[in-house]
Design a protein around this ligand. Structure first.
Ligand SMILES: Cc1cc2nc3c(=O)[nH]c(=O)nc-3n(C[C@H](O)[C@H](O)[C@H](O)COP(=O)(O)OP(=O)(O)OC[C@H]3O[C@@H](n4cnc5c(N)ncnc54)[C@H](O)[C@@H]3O)c2cc1C
Length: 425
């Protein structure tokens, strides 16, 4: 896969890494072996260790190497395809329980940051901006839907009201959420890892699992050792590749890219996003951006289905950024990086069991900053014998993506359709 390093990431350059780990060497026994040290794996590990389980986490690279250390940092509400997709599969009451749990996922971030004193620039406030005037009625429906779900405190802004709040005139209105927001994703992930270590979890970095036994006595093997456990949690998400065959077709890796400008100074940064919200447009192929704590603009978007990173990422992304903020034409881009988002065919997260002792969760479809922490918690609940909440999500049906030669071309065709729809709608 492309994106094997994070060397050019702004997050790496500003990481608060105060953990120390080693690689697995030899054979270890545990109650639970977790594959992957992103939010999902670390959240499950932390909860299980707090409940008295002996937990070992195996990470192929370093903590936060995957999407959890590369993402846009945007803490979103609900589920990527919207509530109706849940209601199409579950009863209205169960779909509402899912929404309530998605709300819980945001509170979980807040409480974990407070409890473990994680320094990761958590900021609340989110603007969803419409590129076309006629989409204002979509925002009104969205606000009403949130209200009906008991999630209030959101404000509709007309184009005129948006003036002064964003340094661009290209949007025709916005929905402002007060309880969605943004954070430094890698520092949040590193903070979770530090909390997990403190709770007694053993984390082995540079310990890629190369073989798994997903039978009743699960085992994960690396080049230099083996972990035998009573339970296994597979949390490799888009970076898992083909390690676990039954999971391969359930998600598709989609490349997303971010640039960080040079520091702009506080006033100039404020002239772009006055109230420091996270911002995204409402297109299917979304542009997302926010300010960093050191007054840069972090601008993400695009989508690539080939798993090949574009040759010059900064040049690839800059026109997208200057289409929104033409005043940044001459600003230097200091960092450009990408990562893989795991999407499912219906864009709802996917979780379940491969056997009574082997669990997985993945495919948050671009909304995993909050949801992955929740799913980690639900994985832990299920392993502790309280599977009711996990099973509600496990009930959701997903159609696997085709394998072989058809896999990528079909996705490209689907996404081309959505791109055209964004332009025409
Ligand atoms: C560029 C980008 C922007 C995004 N922006 C946002 C956003 O703004 N808001 C939002 O909500 N979501 C966003 N997402 C999605 C979000 O980051 C993910 O949903 C979330 O981080 C998933 O966490 P995870 O722990 O499941 O997976 P990951 O963070 O990907 O962790 C998986 C880990 O498993 C490890 N692993 C894989 N295979 C093995 C193996 N064989 N052995 C050992 N370890 C292995 C990997 O190295 C990796 O560290 C974005 C994603 C990307 C890539």
């Amino acid at each position: 896969m492309a994106n094997e390093t994070q060397a050019s990431s702004y997050y790496q350059a500003t990481a608060n890494r105060n953990i120390s780990t080693q690689a697995l060497g030899g054979d270890v026994a545990a109650d639970v072996v977790v594959i992957g040290a992103g939010y999902t794996g670390l959240s499950a590990a932390l909860e299980l260790a707090k409940a008295g389980f002996k937990v070992v986490v195996l990470e192929a690279q370093t903590v936060g190497f995957g999407a959890s250390g590369r993402n846009g940092g945007q803490i979103c509400t609900g589920f990527s395809p919207g509530q109706s997709r849940l209601e199409a599969q579950l009863s209205k009451a169960d779909a509402k329980r899912c929404f309530d749990m998605a709300e819980e996922s945001k509170r979980l971030i807040e409480t974990r940051i407070a409890e473990h004193e994680i320094d990761c620039d958590l900021t609340w406030g989110y603007l969803h901006c419409i590129p076309k005037p006629h989409q204002f009625s979509d925002l009104q429906k969205w606000a009403a839907e949130y209200e009906a779900l008991g999630y209030g405190g959101n404000t509709l802004l007309t184009k005129a009201e948006l003036e002064g709040k964003l340094g661009t005139a290209i949007y025709h209105g916005a929905l402002r959420e007060s309880h969605a927001g943004h954070l430094h994703p890698l520092n949040y992930c590193l903070g979770l890892a530090a909390a997990a270590l403190q709770a007694g979890v053993e984390i082995f970095e540079h310990s890629a699992v190369i073989d798994v036994d997903t039978g009743p006595s699960p085992k994960a093997r690396t080049a230099n050792g083996t972990v035998s456990a009573k339970f296994m949690v597979i949390a490799g998400n888009a970076y898992l590749g083909r390690l676990v065959k039954p999971l391969y077709g359930r998600i598709m890796p989609v490349g997303s890219y971010i640039v960080a400008t040079e520091p702009l100074g506080e006033n100039r940064a404020k002239s772009l996003i006055a109230n420091n919200e996270a911002v995204a447009n409402t297109n299917f192929i979304v542009d997302y951006f926010r300010r960093s704590a050191d007054h840069r603009l972090l601008f993400g978007g695009r989508a690539s289905y080939s798993t090949m990173e574009p040759a010059n990422l900064a040049e690839y992304m800059q026109p997208r950024m200057t289409a929104v903020f033409p005043q940044l034409k001459d600003v230097k881009v200091d960092f450009a990086w990408g990562g893989f988002i795991a999407i499912t065919s219906n864009r709802l997260p996917d979780c379940g069991r491969l056997s009574p002792t082997v669990y997985y969760a993945h495919g948050y479809s671009g909304q995993g900053v909050a949801l992955s922490g929740l799913y980690g918690k639900l994985l832990a609940e299920a392993i502790r014998g309280q599977a009711e909440r996990f099973d509600l999500f496990a009930k959701i049906k997903h159609f696997p993506f085709p394998g072989g030669a058809l896999r990528t071309p079909l996705l490209v065709a689907a996404m081309t359709y959505y791109r055209i729809r964004d332009v025409l709608s």
